[in-house]
Design a protein around this ligand. Structure first.
Ligand SMILES: Nc1ncnc2c1ncn2[C@@H]1O[C@H](COP(=O)(O)OP(=O)(O)OP(=O)(O)O)[C@@H](O)[C@H]1O
Ligand SMILES: [K+]
Ligand SMILES: [Mg+2]
Length: 674
């Protein structure tokens, strides 16, 4: 999506937002924002007084009332414009995505034969063949074969990616194109529920729900509005008691100046813009809640293979143990892998080929698929022999359970591999261990610097891997994570997350495998790699289209920035109402109580110009703050208490001072006219 980034105020978006500002005047829509709804009702009341002056006995004030009406109308329109502008960018992105959601034909396998159908007819569980040059007709998982796929329609990344059966690189997305070879794909989503569909409704904002934080703030703003409403309504009889009659438009102006219209007008724009910033980093957030939670993250759990390392674990060497010979070890390694469709399994056969060995491994028997729980794979041959390869501790236990013994040199050899950061797999036939396979993997570049950055932000990183403790320790050191947990099964990953959550911490998890899915769902922020399995992407509440786990740093920064922006503008909004009391209250009472003039610290021209100036300032501050609401306040990775005090100073003090200056300046102009 990087190619589709739009500047904030591109002409088309602004024009559409202008139109939408009027559409949003619909009271049914407006009601969702109680602060601005009160302003709208006030606008309508003043309009009635302008239209029917004889009925309200306001013939003498038509000019003033008309001005109040226009300023109020613009206040509402400005707030609507802010929201529409924030929504506009998402809509533009959605339009581009919709273009890649074309109906294509699919080669569906029906009863062993290929039948050409429309992609719209495909259902979960259907199997299709996709060949070079063809569009993948729906989300699914590769069952057979290997192909390079151009995913630029979704990721904006032009280099094709390899998709292969088994393992963590098997998921494909509808609307992407196969550029070489052929794959057999099992469809995993029904029409309308695909990744692209979800993406479109996300960027369009159709799926946007208010976050708990937003709801809480909205409740606070509504309560404040109600309190000021009661204050203003009771003001009229009190004033009457002192022989002062207050005009309804003046009371409405006072009310609008007192209620928190600045934040009320910008609140949803801030939220939408935050989601949008995440999307610009090529991360899809399924909810605003996830983005906000990432701003408060204390701990990040990462898996190793495919997240911290590249994840293409490749067999690089066979190591016989216990006196077995090399060919024998390689032979059983091959037998255990003939039907293992994982990248690890295939790499064993490739290594055999590369070493030009003519092994002809037996393949008659029942295939034992690799599982994260057993951490082994293999075959039960028809002649009754059981062949296994897998994590050393798992194979050791399996052999011991059959009364076998462990070769004396096994641990030494496997530790050697592990201390280099490799993954050792033991090979066994029934009760005998023949040797080891050395699986190599590399740490992605730049990890250490990125984890240092997280540490500066006060975030702890824990690597959770199914691999053995020594390999885990080596990779952990190389990547620079704070802590690691080895030999972890899927339920162990969840347990770690629950433990941290029980201590009151907010936890993020990044992962790519099916075995990571439960943990991704348990975490407060689950970031799945786009390269990963469908199960992982389904369980997560964010997907990184670039499959870069350290992207969590940007997401955390955006989350923090979102929370700070909202806090800063709320502070500003409430603070900036103070000056308006000093403009309007003296203006209202000056005629009857001349002593009130001591409150007229701004020395405003006349009571009427004072009211209009305060009201104009109240309106124009909204569009003036739109750029800040959309861009967010500046964020640096320093402690949050430091940031809080700095923001209070800038936006609190600034909020008090700015309107004194602004209202005075406006009054100088307005006073010339009235
Ligand atoms: N195809 C395979 N056959 C046999 N054993 C395997 C196979 N693939 C992996 N293993 C073993 O199982 C262990 C766990 O693998 P798995 O892929 O579940 O780890 P993981 O938890 O996903 O790792 P990570 O968290 O680092 O991504 C590996 O460390 C390895 O020892
Ligand atoms: K206000
Ligand atoms: Mg994994």
């Amino acid at each position: 999506m990087s190619g589709q980034r739009k500047s904030m105020l591109s002409g088309g978006i602004a024009k559409q937002a202008l139109k939408d500002s009027f559409m949003k005047l619909n009271p049914a829509v407006m009601m969702k924002n109680p602060v601005m709804f009160v302003v709208e009702v006030g606008t309508f009341v003043v309009l009635l007084m302008v239209l029917f002056p004889s009925y309200f006995h306001t013939e003498g004030r038509i000019g003033f009332n008309l001005t109040v009406f226009l300023i109020l109308l613009f206040t509402v329109l400005f707030a609507n414009f802010a929201e529409a502008l924030a929504e506009g960018r998402g809509k533009a992105q959605a339009d581009t995505l919709k273009k890649s959601k074309k109906d294509t034909t699919a080669n569906k396998i029906v009863g062993g034969e290929i039948k050409v159908v429309s992609s719209a007819e495909l259902r979960k569980g259907d199997v299709v063949i996709v060949s070079q040059g063809e569009m993948i007709p729906g989300d699914g998982e590769v069952m057979e074969g290997l192909a390079s796929v151009d995913e630029s329609a979704i990721t904006g990344e032009s280099a094709p990616v390899i998709k292969e059966a088994g393992g963590d690189f098997s998921s494909v997305t509808g609307g992407t194109r196969v550029v070489s070879d052929q794959i057999k794909v099992m469809i995993k989503s029904d029409p309308g529920e695909s990744f692209l569909d979800r993406m479109i409704s996300l960027v369009e904002g159709a799926a946007r729900q208010k976050t708990p934080n937003e709801i809480a703030l909205n409740t606070l703003l509504t309560t404040l509005t109600l309190i000021f409403l009661i204050v203003v309504v009771t003001l009229a009889p009190i004033a009457k008691h002192f022989g002062i009659s207050l005009d309804i438009p003046v009371l409405i102006s006072l009310l609008v100046c007192l209620i928190p219209t600045t934040i009320g007008g910008l609140l949803s724009a801030i939220g939408i813009a935050g989601m949008d910033r995440v999307t610009q980093f090529n991360v899809l957030a399924m909810s605003g809640k996830a983005v906000e939670a990432s701003g408060d993250i204390n701990t990040i759990i990462l898996d190793k293979t495919g997240t911290i390392t590249f994840g293409n674990r490749m067999a690089s060497q066979f190591i016989p143990v216990g006196g077995a010979d090399y060919t024998e070890t390689a032979y059983w390694a091959a037998v255990s892998s003939v039907k293992d469709e994982t990248p690890e399994g295939r790499s064993v056969l490739e290594l055999v080929k590369k070493q030009s060995m003519e092994l002809h491994p037996e393949a008659d028997g029942e295939f034992i698929e690799f599982k994260a729980e057993t951490r082994m794979s293999g075959i039960d041959l028809v002649d009754g022999r059981h062949v296994r390869k897998g994590a050393v501790d798992a194979v050791k236990r399996w052999v011991q359970a059959q009364g076998g013994s462990i070769p004396a040199d096994l641990d030494m050899e496997s530790d050697k591999i592990a201390s280099e950061g490799g993954t050792p797999l033991a090979i066994a036939v029934d009760s005998r261990i023949y040797g080891l396979i050395h699986l190599k993997d590399t740490v992605k570049p730049g990890m250490k610097e990125r984890f240092d950055q997280l540490r500066q932000m006060g975030i702890k990183t824990i690597m959770c891997t199914g691999d053995n403790p020594l390999t885990a320790a080596t990779i952990a050191r190389e990547a620079g994570v704070d802590d690691f947990i080895a030999e972890s099964k899927p339920e162990d990953k969840i347990a770690v997350i629950r433990r941290e959550q029980a201590e009151g911490k907010l936890v993020a998890m990044t992962g790519d495998g099916t075995n990571d899915a439960p943990a991704l769902a348990q975490a407060d922020v689950g970031l799945a790699m786009n390269s990963g399995t469908a199960a992982a992407k389904e369980a997560a509440n964010m997907v990184d289209l670039d499959s870069d786990p350290t992207k969590i740093i940007e997401v955390v920064a955006i989350g923090k920035q979102l929370l700070m922006t909202r806090g800063a503008l709320t502070t500003f909004s409430i603070a900036n109402d103070v000056a308006k009391y000093f403009a309007i209250i003296p203006a209202m009472f000056m005629a009857a109580i001349p002593e009130m003039n001591v409150l007229n610290v701004m020395k405003l021209g006349s009571p009427l110009s004072a009211i209009l100036s305060a009201l104009i300032f109240n309106a124009v501050i909204i569009p003036l703050l739109i750029p800040l609401a959309m861009k967010g306040v500046a964020y640096k990775p320093v402690s949050s208490s430091h940031l809080l005090s700095r923001n209070l100073l800038i936006f609190g003090l600034g909020g008090v001072i700015a309107p004194f200056i602004g209202i005075k300046l406006i009054d100088l102009v307005v006073h010339l006219w009235i």
